[in-house]
Design a protein around this ligand. Structure first.
Ligand code: BGC
Length: 352
């Protein structure tokens, strides 16, 4: 079931709607401003919890820059010096993060009004990004589909352009499985099924692939997010905590890559994707007022499924470039349950 209500009016006078997707297990609120996931209600041991960070008003979405719950595009994550070369031609993209391009540039897909359609119980948002928007070549049509499958939120993206261009879409939800505004996520247990991550330099750009083995980056067996976050380890200092891309082995199949468990509420999140990477971001720069309270440092974590950061400049990474007419497609699923820990059977691959 999908309910529609007015959410607000932008500074430029555009009306924004809020769509609530609901079944007997979970309810999710989505805005056609930035494709934002504004709220996600799922049962915990003591009752329903809203497990994503967000704001009460549209003005706060327009004013703040934490990308709370938004779709990121055309290219998620950082691009060195905002530069890329496509078929021998160099492009200077919009630089919005000192010299870098971050999350699509000065006005990424997270700040756009998307058109919408409802198809049965699926919400479809569409955004047309014109040629040279933020200096990316090619007219591009992006589509984000939101649906519920039992206790899971299913996010499906497609995009296609009329010239070769990079496409790297993600959703930037910050989760707090103790309920948004309930404090930090340092006590959450994270299991991240990844052997390697992209180590960064002082500009938070990838320089090499490193094994997680024997480092604070090893979450393969599951441990508290806060367990090693303040360890004296150079990569943690550079990221101000975890703010790194982990390499995934999904090989284009929608596969489980992470589970996160909150002992206080018993809420377990299992996350699946067919993409080759995920940015695990421990909310190190959070500092803003949210729905229930102030969101301080580490009061939410993100699992942003993606192509690797700066992959436009790393031919050795999986390629984010799509040719004229070639279709970008990806699926990411966040599944919620109440549990007493990680469910061993959740490791199996799922297809919706
Ligand atoms: C990045 C962070 C950044 C945050 C919000 C994340 O995807 O990895 O470095 O601060 O987005 O801007």
């Amino acid at each position: 079931m999908i309910e529609t209500r007015k959410f607000g009016v932008t500074k430029n006078g555009a009306e924004v709607l809020c769509f609530t997707l609901k079944n007997e297990k979970i309810a999710v609120e989505i805005l056609n401003y930035g494709g934002v996931i504004r709220a996600l209600y799922t049962p915990g041991k003591q009752g329903l919890c809203d497990v994503v960070l967000g704001y009460d008003t549209l003005a706060e979405y327009e004013e703040n820059d934490g990308y709370l719950g938004a779709v990121i595009g055309r290219v998620a994550n950082r691009i060195r010096d905002g530069k890329m070369t496509v078929d021998g031609k160099e492009y200077q993209l919009a630089q919005n993060d000192r010299t870098r391009t971050l999350h699509g540039g000065k006005e990424g897909f997270d700040r756009k009004i998307w058109s919408y359609a409802l198809e049965d119980d699926t919400l479809i948002l569409r955004y047309f990004s014109p040629h040279m928007e933020e200096n990316f070549p090619g007219n591009l049509m992006a589509e984000a589909r939101y649906s519920l499958n039992d206790n899971a939120l299913v996010l499906e993206y497609t995009a296609c352009a009329d010239a070769k261009t990079p496409i790297n879409l993600t959703n930037h939800s910050y989760f707090n499985l103790g309920g948004e505004g309930s404090g930090t996520v340092l006590n959450h247990r994270l299991r991240l099924l990844s052997d390697r991550y992209t180590a960064i330099d002082g500009d938070m750009l990838p320089v090499s692939l490193e094994p997680v083995e024997g480092t604070p980056f090893d979450f393969r067996q599951g441990k508290r997010i806060g367990e090693d976050i303040d360890a004296d380890f150079p990569q943690l200092r550079l990221g101000h905590g975890y703010d790194h891309n982990y390499c995934l082995d999904s090989q284009d199949k929608v596969s489980l890559f992470a589970s996160v468990y909150c002992p206080e509420t018993g809420i377990l999140l299992d996350a699946y994707t067919d993409l080759p990477g995920v940015q695990f971001y421990s909310g190190n720069f959070l500092d803003q007022n949210g729905k229930r309270s102030h969101y301080g440092k580490r009061s939410g974590f993100c699992l942003e499924t993606q192509f690797y950061p700066d992959s436009v400049n790393h031919p050795e990474f999986p390629s984010p470039f799509f040719n004229d007419g070639e279709v970008y497609e990806s699926t990411t699923i966040y599944r919620f349950s109440v549990s007493s820990g990680f469910a061993e059977d959740s490791r199996k691959e799922i297809k919706d």
